[in-house]
Design a protein around this ligand. Structure first.
Ligand SMILES: [Zn+2]
Length: 237
């Protein structure tokens, strides 16, 4: 599989950046994981909207969903006949009502523990801990396993989520000196420490624009299987 980071920032992006959004590709699938601000334009560098297999929204915060409305316009203009499957949490809020009104989408409300299949992929969801209902997802092809935490604090499901993965994309929003209990995200070091539970790599994302690359590299220095996500970079595994 291959993961391309389209947007790595949260809760908002700097000039030229994008908030959360990732393209996961296997032999037969092109999957979008979250769709933050600026992500759709980046996606179009790689594939057409007609080629999109399905979309997963980990939760309904704006930095993960800002481009959902414009995706519906792009789908309508593309002439694509079939609706796009969109997996999302059933979380009562005005944004969900808006998404429900989009006729280009076929909404599938996430059930934890259920095994889903599309094309050459199998996937299941794990409830995370965040101010709104939020899910991590584990996606398997016949050759590799990928995990994405979405937004979360440390919780008991994380170990199972990342287990056996070749690559885990993990929320690490704070450097340690900015972190305290009660924050809605893990710290970078907490995200990196998940690498103790599996053999593959941790890719840290949901980064605040205020951090310099030197600050970010310093946080991951002690973890040999962790790296900081880079926008526009593809990770094969
Ligand atoms: Zn969030």
């Amino acid at each position: 599989m291959k993961l391309t980071v389209l947007g790595k920032f949260g809760p908002f992006a700097p000039d030229g950046g994008a908030t959360s959004g990732y393209l996961l590709q296997s032999d037969k699938s092109n999957v979008l994981l979250d769709l933050g601000s600026g992500v759709l334009a980046r996606y179009k560098k790689y594939k057409k909207v007609e080629d999109l297999s399905f979309l997963i929204l980990s939760h309904l915060h704006f930095d993960h969903t800002a481009d959902v409305g414009v995706l519906s316009y792009a789908l309508a203009f593309s002439g694509r006949k079939e609706k796009l499957n969109v997996y999302l949490p059933s979380f009562n809020c005005p944004l969900l009502e808006t998404i429900k009104s989009i006729k280009e989408f076929n909404l599938i409300f996430i059930e934890e523990g259920k095994l889903y299949r599309e094309n050459d992929l199998e996937f299941s969801f794990y409830k995370m801990t965040h101010p709104v209902l939020s899910f991590g997802v584990k996606i398997k092809s016949d050759r590799a396993v990928f995990a994405y935490t979405g937004d979360t604090t440390e919780n008991e499901n994380l170990k199972e989520l990342v287990k056996n993965s070749n690559l885990s994309l993990c929320d690490g929003a704070f450097i340690e000196s900015d972190y305290m209990q009660g924050k809605p995200h893990m710290s970078i070091k907490q995200a990196c420490a998940l690498s103790n539970y599996f053999e593959g790599r941790v890719l840290v994302t949901h980064l605040n624009e205020k951090y310099t690359s030197e600050q970010l590299q310093e946080e991951i220095r002690e973890f040999k299987n962790a790296e900081i996500a880079v926008e526009g970079k593809s990770y094969e595994f």
